[in-house]
Design a binder for this molecule. Structure first.
Ligand SMILES: CC(C)(COP(=O)(O)OP(=O)(O)OC[C@H]1O[C@@H](n2cnc3c(N)ncnc32)[C@H](O)[C@@H]1OP(=O)(O)O)[C@@H](O)C(=O)NCCC(=O)NCCS
Length: 189
C-alpha cells in the first residue's frame, strides 16, 4: 500500500471537474436532509442533470466573487460541499452569503461541516471584512445546532410563501468572515 495515500476525508477548493460530484451530493443532500421538512414533490423533482448544468456554470465564475469547497472521502469521492458568494451591496446587508452546505448522511459528525465552513471563512476573509449570513429552514434542528456551535448568532426569522407552501427560515450571521474562520477552526471554542 502507498503510505502517502490519504485515507481520511479532507477538504479542498472545488475545480470545474467536480461539477458532477457536487451535483450528485446537492440532490442527495436535499433528499436526505429535508424529508418531512419540505413537500415530497419538491424533493422528488430535484435533478442531477439540472444541478450539473448549474454547477458547471458556477465553477467557471471568476475568482473573488464565489468560493466552493468540496469534502472528499478517498474511498467514495465527493461527500460534501459548501458554496459562498459575495453579497449584493445593500444597506445593513452582509458582505458574504453561504447559500449551500451539504454533507452526506454517511459522513455526518466527522468534522467535515466544520472544515468546509473554516475553509470558506478563510477564503472570504482574504477578500474583505463584513458579516457572513445564511438562511436555514427553521425546522432544520441539526443545521441550526451546527451553526450555533460554530459561533453564528440568530439574526432574524422570515416567513415566505410560494407555490410549494409556507416556509419558515432562520437567519444566522457571523460578524465577519474572519470570525467564521476562527470559530469553525477549533473544536475547543
Ligand atoms: C449541518 C451539517 C453540514 C453539519 O455537518 P457535519 O459534518 O455533520 O458537522 P461537524 O461534524 O463538523 O459538526 C461540528 C459540531 O456541530 C454540532 N453539530 C453538528 N451536527 C449536529 C446535530 N445534528 N445536532 C447537534 N449538534 C450538531 C456538534 O457540536 C458538532 O461537534 P461534535 O460532533 O463533536 O459534537 C450537516 O448536518 C448537513 O449537511 N446536514 C444536511 C444538509 C443541511 O441541513 N445543510 C444546511 C442547510 S442550511
Amino acid at each position: 500500500m502507498n503510505t502517502e495515500t490519504p485515507i481520511e476525508p479532507f477538504v479542498r477548493p472545488a475545480i470545474p471537474d467536480d461539477a458532477e460530484g457536487i451535483a450528485k451530493v446537492h440532490v442527495k443532500g436535499w433528499q436526505e436532509a429535508y424529508v418531512g421538512q419540505l413537500p415530497q414533490h419538491v424533493l422528488d423533482r430535484q435533478s442531477v442533470p439540472t444541478r450539473l448544468r448549474m454547477w458547471a456554470g458556477l465553477l467557471k465564475d471568476p475568482p473573488g466573487s464565489r468560493w466552493t469547497f468540496v469534502a472528499i472521502d478517498p474511498a467514495a469521492g465527493i461527500v460534501g460541499f459548501v458554496g459562498g458568494v459575495r453579497a449584493r451591496p445593500v444597506m445593513f446587508g452582509p458582505a458574504f452569503k453561504v447559500p449551500v452546505l451539504y454533507v452526506l448522511q454517511s459522513h455526518l459528525r466527522r468534522g467535515l461541516g466544520r472544515k468546509l465552513m473554516h475553509a470558506l471563512g478563510d477564503a472570504m476573509a482574504r477578500h474583505g471584512a463584513g458579516e457572513v449570513a445564511l438562511w436555514s429552514l427553521a425546522s432544520n434542528g441539526s443545521a441550526r445546532s451546527f451553526y450555533e456551535r460554530i459561533g453564528a448568532r440568530l439574526s432574524s426569522v422570515l416567513v415566505e410563501t410560494d407555490r410549494d407552501g409556507r416556509l419558515v427560515l432562520a437567519g444566522y450571521r457571523w460578524r465577519s468572515a474572519a470570525d467564521l474562520a476562527a470559530k469553525s477552526g477549533s473544536e475547543h471554542d
